[in-house]
Design a protein around this ligand. Structure first.
Ligand code: FES
Ligand SMILES: [Fe+2]
Length: 366
């Protein structure tokens, strides 16, 4: 590890109590050395959400994603086994599958036509006769671990120390009564942000601190006085009582007794209201750019009434996201100000934000 990187990592002390803590230094939000380390130790070595289970439910169905510079392919083979591969052809490293999702009977690389079966074994190598010391058996697609929980598919590019369900605990048990696997996918939106992926997570993890100032519409539906954060091993949940809002649309789509905002380390957020689930999945596109996918799930997706409700719910989430993008992009510019290095945390509100920084630092330094 370079001296520069060691100094950057040492500049954050994760052992301080919240009342004395400082944030990670601003350099962690744009320094290429930190970004490279995150790609290896965070995205490359923890359970990572990669997409929806329904996309790979049937034999032959697949999904692809590029996560922190790594092309990934998840396929359900003919026998029903879910498999995940590095999506890089063993010939010249083209992506074997280019579509974001679909169905295939074999995996054919479009560059020179090599084919792999759905289990990743190399089957066809056109015009390759006479090549010495080459065995197809040695050139299958390299695998990675894959598991699903309910509507979510996760991969692990390293050696997982725990199962996905253990990693997600206590989320599966604590949301059992909401029966999340029964909710149905309705639509997706995605947004490009000119900020480091952690700025988006920090914004999510500030315990509602910015709700009244940045989200006047949403604020009307949340009883801020009862808003609280609970940190677990590798995730946390913010819980807010819901109150009647003056905005008739917000009032209609943000119902139930409580809103739950789950954050799963490092980059998946799950927002739950009665009959409504949105996932916010932030993936880095470099040190100071990221993309956020919003997936919207509802109890009911059929019929005009359900569709109108769902569209209204998405519109509320979209408005909140536009408000968040504004502050996130601005924060990224501020982090580069010569005047700013670290900030302090509100003890009352920001336990979740410090917890994120502590987990991140622990894994980067490991
Ligand atoms: S790169 Fe895939 S066949 Fe050549
Ligand atoms: Fe927000």
């Amino acid at each position: 590890m370079s001296t520069h990187l060691t100094q950057l990592l040492d500049a954050f002390d994760p052992t301080l109590p919240l009342a004395k803590a400082r944030t990670i230094p601003s350099g962690w939000y744009f320094d290429p050395a930190i970004y490279a380390l995150e790609c290896e130790k965070i995205f490359g070595n923890t359970w990572q959400y990669v997409g929806r289970s329904e996309l790979v439910a049937k034999p032959g169905s697949f999904l692809t994603v590029e996560l922190a510079g790594q092309p990934i392919l998840v396929v359900r083979d003919e026998k029903g086994t879910l498999r995940a591969f590095h999506n890089a052809c063993r010939h010249r490293a083209a992506q074997v599958i280019n579509e974001p999702c679909g169905h295939a009977t074999k995996l054919r690389c479009r560059y020179h036509g090599w084919t792999y079966d759905l289990a990743g074994r190399l089957r066809g190598t056109p015009e390759f006769d006479g090549v010495e010391e080459f065995r197809k058996e040695d050139h299958g697609l390299p695998t990675m671990h894959v598991e699903t929980w309910g509507p979510f598919v996760f991969v692990h590019m390293g050696a997982p120390k725990q199962t996905l369900t253990a990693w997600l605990a206590p989320f599966p048990a604590m949301t059992e009564s909401l029966d999340l696997p029964k909710l149905q996918f309705f639509g997706q939106r995605d947004y490009i942000l000119d900020c480091n992926w952690k700025v988006f997570v920090d914004n999510y993890q500030d315990g509602g601190y910015h709700v009244n100032t940045v989200h006047p519409g949403l604020a009307g539906a949340l009883d801020y006085s009862g808003y609280r954060t609970v940190n677990h091993e590798t995730n946390s949940v913010q819980i807010s009582p819901i109150k009647p809002s003056d905005d008739p649309i917000v009032n209609k789509v943000r119902t139930g007794t409580h809103a739950y905002y789950w954050w799963m380390f490092p980059n998946l957020m799950i927002n739950l209201y009665q009959g409504v689930m949105d996932t916010n999945w932030v993936i880095p596109l470099g040190p100071d750019r990221c993309r956020v996918f919003f997936d919207f799930y509802f109890t009911d997706v059929e019929g005009e009434i359900a569709k109108r409700f769902n569209e209204a719910s998405i519109a509320v989430a979209h408005q909140v996201q536009l408000e968040d993008i504004g502050v996130c992009d601005e924060v990224q510019r501020g982090l580069k100000s010569r005047s700013y290095d670290t900030g302090r945390f509100s003890v009352k509100r920001e336990a979740g934000g410090y917890f994120f920084h502590q987990l991140l630092a622990r894994m980067l330094k490991a």
